[in-house]
Design a binder for this molecule. Structure first.
Ligand SMILES: *[C@@H]1O[C@H](CO)[C@@H](O)[C@H](O)[C@H]1NC(C)=O
Length: 370
């Protein structure tokens, strides 16, 4: 009797154990899609794919995550930068070549696809990727991805992070991008993107970072940008943009860094930009801006960086800067400014280089006496 009880108990226990560890193993079709993805890539240094063996891709495959109840692959996260534990342990940066296989698109429960900082992954973004309707994070930064951004990118309605920076992507920003209603982080920086920013860009209501610097984007900043109430960082530097710097940029609720440097912007600086209490980083260097620098700074002015160098500003160095709460780095060099540089904070910690190559500035820290 006692033995039978014990046996029953053991059987029950083992059923329990099986149950509690019974995450569904991966479906054969997801496994074969992963193997196709792997076979189009090559990584020799770290053995990133050495764990990609055995029948269950949901257990122990490096960088693969699954939905435990369905046995469906929900994430691929492979990072070649040194923050990744595998990469950090080796002390050598990641290096991977090959392409992104369109077989990825069979992983139709994928919510994260990160293949970042591998330097040599090349070829296009498979257009079928826009059928992955669960995709929330698409991060392919730091490779040699070429070709265009798939035109139906706007189908990825759940996307929150789209990072394609530091690749060789060409062609336009697809107009459909404005349909990504949940997009928070957009980074296309340092590619070869051409054309204009889509007119309805302001539809991206959740956008907090829009980093489009170092491309060949032309045209003006679309007026709809004023609707981006969560936008904190806007980088359009080193493009071919033109037109005026819109005044609303100084009135956006949370905008704190604005890089418009190295473009073809012209006209005057709107007062609002100099008055904005929230704007802490402003680089307008190397444009065609002219007129006087608005003398409207005040006690709420707080700039860690204010770079207005290499434009066509004339008039005096604004005296109200002396009432600013803080100005960390100021660059007014290479303009047509004239007159005495004001004394007192914050001017006492700037160097001559902040004022050089103007028409007739004088006084400390310049060697020219007034
Ligand atoms: C501002 O932009 C210019 C032109 O792109 C660049 O050379 C400069 O380093 C930037 N200023 C700072 C302080 O980052």
């Amino acid at each position: 009797m006692a033995l039978r009880h014990l046996l029953l108990l053991l059987i029950q226990l083992s059923i329990l154990t099986v149950h509690s560890s019974s995450a569904a193993s991966c479906t054969p079709s997801d496994r074969s899609a992963l193997l196709s993805f792997h076979s189009a890539l090559s990584e020799q240094i770290h053995g990133v794919f050495s764990s990609w063996t055995g029948p269950d891709c949901c257990s122990g495959w490096y960088g693969v995550s699954c939905d435990p109840t369905l046995g469906r692959v929900t994430g691929i996260s492979l990072r070649g930068e040194t923050e990744d534990p595998l990469i950090a342990a080796s002390g050598r940066p990641g290096l991977m070549s090959g392409r992104l296989s369109p077989d990825l698109c069979r992983l139709d429960r994928l919510s994260t696809l990160t293949v970042a900082d591998w330097k040599q992954v090349s070829g296009p973004i498979p257009p079928c990727i826009t059928s992955l309707s669960d995709l929330q994070i698409l991060d392919l930064v730091g490779n040699q991805i070429s070709g265009q951004i798939p035109s139906s990118i706007g189908n990825l309605r759940r996307l929150t992070v789209l990072n394609l920076a530091d690749n060789q992507i060409s062609g336009p920003i697809p107009p459909s991008i404005v349909n990504l209603a949940g997009l928070m982080h957009l980074n296309f920086g340092n590619n070869r993107i051409t054309g204009e920013i889509p007119t309805a860009f302001g539809n991206l209501k959740m956008l907090s970072r829009a980093l489009l610097g170092k491309n060949q984007i032309s045209g003006q900043i679309p007026g709809s940008v004023s609707k981006l109430a969560r936008l904190a960082d806007l980088d359009l530097s080193s493009n071919r943009m033109s037109g005026q710097v819109p005044g609303y940029l100084g009135q956006m609720p949370v905008l704190s860094s604005l890089y418009l440097d190295n473009n073809g912007f012209s006209g005057r600086i709107p007062d609002s930009l100099m008055k904005s209490p929230g704007l802490n980083i402003l680089n307008l260097s190397t444009n065609g801006l002219d007129g006087p620098i608005p003398d409207v700074f005040g006690p709420r002015t707080y700039f860690t960086l204010l770079d207005l160098s290499n434009n066509k500003f004339n008039g005096a160095v604004p005296r109200t800067l002396t009432s600013a709460a803080y100005v960390g780095h100021l660059d007014l060099s290479r303009n047509h400014l004239c007159g005495q540089i004001p004394a007192g904070t914050p001017f006492d910690h700037f160097e001559a280089s902040s004022f050089e190559s103007n028409d007739c500035l004088c006084g400390w820290p310049l060697p020219t006496k007034c």
